[in-house]
Write a protein that binds this ligand. Structure first.
Ligand code: 3PG
Length: 187
């Protein structure tokens, strides 16, 4: 199963909200926006002191079929902590050999990030073909993804970064894009 089954998450969640949560009020507000948009998942970034508490709180809520991911995982030392949280998926904005090795071992679906041809080649060597394309808006956006499709037809991308309510459908229409991530729906 590739990347511990990340395709199940990506194929059933076309839009992945990327949430940076500062406190409980923030969490409730952002969850309301997500549910209002009929979205059934969230990626909580490890960019605030409250992130881990936010994940714990969501896990106590009655949200059937709601998938909880953790994002901005950038160091192998974070993996053990993330594993203990029992999240549904893990997102990294980049990739290193050690990080990807640890992610494979967790058994948790995961998606590492790339933004260049060489990084995609590296990801494929490490048996990753579902990749976050980040930051999508600064790395060539739709045109880059079309070019990558010519070179790497087996790679599926989840573009994230600078995507808006006016552009996300254009990304989703590409054959090599399974889902898109971002924070536009939380603003
Ligand atoms: C991420 O980590 O995926 C991004 O911060 C989300 O990008 P956005 O806020 O520009 O949508």
């Amino acid at each position: 199963m590739k990347q511990n089954g990340i395709n199940d998450i990506l194929s059933t969640n076309k839009v992945i909200p990327v949430a940076t949560i500062h406190n409980y009020e923030d969490l409730v507000l952002q969850l309301e926006k997500i549910q209002h948009a009929s979205i059934s998942c969230i990626e909580i970034t490890l960019r605030t002191d409250y992130a881990l508490t936010a994940i714990e709180k969501i896990k106590t809520m009655d949200l059937p079929n709601f998938k909880i991911g953790v994002g901005t995982v950038i160091r192998p030392e974070q993996i053990e902590m993330v594993h203990a949280l029992d999240v549904d998926f893990i997102v990294s904005p980049g990739l290193t050999e050690k990080l990807v090795g640890e992610l494979h071992k967790t058994g948790i679906p995961f998606i590492p990030g790339v933004s260049t041809v060489s990084e995609i080649m590296q990801a494929l060597e490490w048996h990753c073909s579902f990749l976050k394309f980040f930051p999508a808006h600064l790395s060539g956006g739709i045109e880059a993804l079309k070019a990558y499709g010519q070179l790497f037809p087996s790679v599926t991308f989840c573009p994230t970064g600078g995507i808006t309510s006016s552009t996300y459908n254009d990304f989703l229409s590409l054959y090599n894009v399974s889902s898109v991530g971002g924070s536009w729906m939380l603003k």
